[in-house]
Ligand binder design. Structure first.
Ligand code: HEC
Length: 117
């Protein structure tokens, strides 16, 4: 009986561990759609590369919590997006999308730019 209880607890624990490790951390595909639909791209560029109107945010410079906080109460010229417009789940998807963007190459890894130094 004790062993059965132990196995039950252990498997519940392991399932929990497996779940947290594979828990969906947002859908990058959906995030990409929202990024365009909600106009983030207008200032930040289609892959968050940044434009004259908004900073580079792909890959994201902030963690998910900070990104959500920022989008709700942005500084400077960025408009605020309320929970009604973009839920936390939507922003989690956007975050996943931004995380899928490769980091920019270092200048030294781009031969043409390296020549200009
Ligand atoms: C009208 C232009 C505009 C739109 C639309 C916009 N942003 Fe921004 N965003 C900015 C600007 C400008 C900044 C830099 C803040 C500043 O210093 O003025 C910024 C900053 C940010 C930052 C913080 C970057 C950092 O380095 O700390 C995040 C994250 C961000 N935006 C996410 C988003 C997301 C997600 C969306 C879409 C839901 C969005 N933005 C839509 C203009 C915009």
């Amino acid at each position: 009986m004790k062993i059965a209880l132990f196995l039950l607890t252990a498997s519940a624990f392991l399932t929990g561990v497996a779940w947290t490790q594979t828990a969906p951390a947002g859908s990058a595909d959906n995030g990409k759609k929202l990024f365009v639909k909600d106009g983030c791209y207008e200032c930040h560029g289609y892959v968050g590369q940044g434009t004259k109107d908004g900073a580079r945010i792909g890959p994201p410079p902030l963690n998910l919590e900070a990104l959500i906080r920022y989008v709700r109460r942005p500084a400077g010229a960025m408009p605020a997006f309320t929970e009604k417009v973009l839920s936390d789940a939507d922003l989690t998807d956007i975050y996943a999308y931004l995380r899928s963007v490769p980091a920019p190459k270092a200048i030294k890894d781009i031969p043409l730019l390296d020549e200009l130094k």
